[in-house]
Ligand binder design. Structure first.
Ligand code: UD1
Ligand code: CA
Length: 491
């Protein structure tokens, strides 16, 4: 259901304290930009429209938010003349406004849709002109204070710089999130002036305007004040990132995921975990990674946009855009690059790198190999130290290995090449031509030993000396054996 609700997200301010070429609201925590978190919360209120006010470095911000929210209305605020002016730009861009207008900021990454829904419901139930999402804090410095009269009714918001010493004692602050009756807001915006300590058009002035008009104003303190906390520098960014992660990890534990060490476990906001997943220390689950039931991940994995099947085991692995089948085994020390597909009960073992590789059910690449641009059939075993040579220096080519093949150690498969079902290879084979099903490919010729080569060609080196010594010892042993033989067999 779509409400008669407009959400306005303010993101025109500079954010100079980030000291970054990246606009403040585009900095990331939990796998999303800060404004991405706010837009997700906004979307959860099921609004009729979302309006974003952009200004500073707006090309960057616009491009990003339109990918997240293609139907979003953009409002441009060329000069940052204050929050009241910003909302005026939003109202102009939105055109027809009715119902409720909710104003939020683009730099509060912990904000949830549930809190916004609760606040909008409180506002609408009050039938007031304006509602303030407030917070009770120990240190209100820097915030606008919510001023109440003796009866406890909200009278105004006064900004830090304009507040009297007595007003600064007030610990109820304006989070910045406000809800308005649209009709009242449109009438009040032109009445905001800029005769104040900052010379800005303060949106917060509409509270006093509503009271002057004898309208109802409410303030609703949020219990979880961190949800409305903004990020201004990179110290706060890290603090909020850690807090967001703590919340995400805790939520998954509540949902039935075992997390051995929450402090070293990082889970992005869009990751999905099933019940009875186990996460061991030092794991980062990033992007849109999905882990199915009973899988065990860790220790020490980074998996971005991966899909891990039920009951799979992934140890000390770095993976991106890889799909791991049920009951499969990966690691330790595996590098899964995009396009890796491992079938059920398959194995990608230690020091194996894979890319664009479909490895069938029960197929195994257990040791020290590179598998690129390849298809390996079910039940096939690839010998240790095999290189799928996919690149001829100009183009990439594919290798196909059939079902239930057995290839030996230290092979090179020079693509494009096909190894048939049930085929095999000898150790050290360089496969340049297709191997028919059931055939054994052997490419290395019979071994030839050139006796005394080191002594002749490397005389005086450690290599030659060692060979010399071994030869001498061998001939000495031959002599004593000879003597014994003579003694043992007299005559
Ligand atoms: C504002 C509130 C204050 C509240 C605090 C909460 C006003 C006058 N004050 O103060 O009561 O306690 O937030 O953090 O509203 N922005 C624009 N265009 C502008 C000015 C600001 O888009 O012209 C955006 C900023 O990018 C930012 C947000 O609005 O996301 C808040 O602006 P900021 O200047 O940080 O307001 P505060 O002084 O913190
Ligand atoms: Ca601020």
């Amino acid at each position: 259901m779509v409400n008669n609700l407009t959400v306005v997200v303010l993101a025109a301010g500079g954010g100079t304290r980030m000291k970054s070429k990246t606009m403040k609201v585009l900095h990331r925590i939990g796998g999303r930009t800060m404004i991405g978190h706010v837009l997700a919360a906004a979307r959860a209120t099921e609004p009729e429209r979302i309006v974003a006010v952009v200004g500073h470095q707006r090309e960057q911000v616009e491009a990003h938010i339109l990918t997240l929210e293609p139907n979003l209305v953009l409002a441009v605020q060329e000069e940052q003349l204050g929050t009241g002016h910003a909302v005026r730009m939003a109202a102009e861009a939105a055109g027809q406004l009715s119902g409720t207008v909710l104003v939020a900021y683009g730099d509060t990454p912990l904000l949830t849709g549930a809190s916004l829904r609760w606040f909008v419901a409180e506002h609408e139930a009050s039938q007031g002109a304006v509602s303030i999402l407030s917070g009770i804090v120990d240190n209100p410095f820097g915030y606008g204070r919510v001023l109440r009269n003796a009866e406890g009714d909200v009278e105004a918001i006064v900004e830090e710089k304009d507040a009297s010493p007595q007003q600064r004692e007030v610990r109820e602050i304006n989070s910045g999130i406000l809800a308005f009756d649209a009709e009242f807001l449109l009438a009040a915006l032109p009445r905001i002036g800029n005769d104040n300590a900052k010379g800005e058009y303060y949106l917060t002035d509409v509270i006093a305007i509503a009271r002057e008009d004898g309208l109802t104003v409410g303030a609703y303190p949020i219990d979880d004040v961190m949800q409305t906390e903004g990020v201004n520098d990179r110290v706060q960014l890290a603090k909020m990132g850690a807090e967001l992660n703590r919340r995400i990890v805790e939520r998954w534990m509540q949902e039935g995921v075992t997390v051995m060490d929450p402090a070293t476990t990082w889970i992005d906001a869009d990751v999905v975990l099933a019940q009875d997943v186990t996460i061991l220390p030092g794991v980062q689950l990033l992007g849109t990674t999905v882990v199915a039931e009973d899988a065990v991940v860790g220790p020490d994995c980074t998996l971005k946009d991966c899909e891990i099947g039920a009951g799979a085991r992934v140890v000390r692995t770095h993976g991106e855009l890889a799909v791991i089948g049920e009951e499969a085994n990966v690691g330790p020390f595996s590098f899964l690059r995009p396009g890796t597909l491992l079938g059920a009960r398959g194995k990608i073992g230690g020091f194996v790198e894979t890319k664009n590789a479909a490895i069938g059910d029960g197929a195994k690449v257990p040791h020290l190999s590179y598998v690129g641009d390849a298809e390996i059939g079910e039940g096939t075993n690839i010998g240790a130290g095999t290189i799928f040579a996919n690149y001829d220096g100009v183009n990439k080519h594919r290798t196909t290995v059939g079902k239930h093949a057995r290839t030996a150690s230290n092979n090179t498969f020079v693509a494009p090449v096909t190894i048939g079902d049930g085929a095999g290879t000898g150790a050290g084979t360089v496969v340049r031509q297709d191997v028919p099903p059931g055939a054994l490919a052997v490419s290395s010729g019979p071994q030839r030993n050139i006796e005394g080569w080191a002594q002749a060609k490397r005389a005086g080196t450690a290599q030659a000396n060692a060979a010399e010594a071994a030869a001498a010892q061998a001939s000495g042993e031959r002599d004593t054996t000879h003597e014994r033989t003579e003694l043992g067999n007299p005559g």
